[in-house]
Design a protein around this ligand. Structure first.
Ligand code: HEC
Length: 111
């Protein structure tokens, strides 16, 4: 590719990528939780598999924190085999949506 077409290509990519930065959509996020529910279980509360204490609860967590954690698993900054595999399959929009959903859900005991 010539440098000029490379630039065109890069800006086309950017134009496609930019809207992806939009804030998460909790409804879209809810539809994506099927990948997470096996481990993180009931939205808003911790679950039983593989063991109750080692799967952190996500519901009510700050969206920014969830996104940051998912990115850290994806880059390998945080190292956990199952979460690394999962986060690696998520797009930035998936992370934002999931984070928006989990941040808005809380079904644990009253606090
Ligand atoms: C195979 C089981 C499993 C699946 C499936 C799974 N997780 Fe996890 N997740 C874990 C475990 C175990 C941890 C704790 C890992 C650690 O100690 O770093 C974790 C940690 C996290 C954290 C960090 C929480 C914190 O308090 O730091 C986030 C955020 C998270 N998962 C989100 C998700 C999302 C979103 C999905 C679905 C797309 C998902 N997980 C699917 C097992 C799973």
């Amino acid at each position: 590719m010539k440098p000029f077409s490379m630039t065109l290509f890069a800006s086309a990519l950017l134009a496609v990528a930019l809207p992806v930065q939009a804030a998460g959509d909790p409804k879209a996020g809810q539809l994506k939780t099927s990948m997470c529910a096996g481990c993180h279980g009931i939205p808003g509360w911790r679950t039983a598999y593989p063991s109750v204490y080692s799967v952190p609860k996500l519901g009510g967590q700050h969206a920014d924190y969830i996104v940051a954690a998912l990115k850290a698993y994806k880059t390998g900054e945080r190292d956990h085999p199952s979460m690394k595999g999962i986060a690696g399959s998520l797009s930035e929009q998936d992370m934002e949506d999931l984070a928006a959903y989990y941040a808005s859900s809380y079904s644990g005991p009253a606090r």
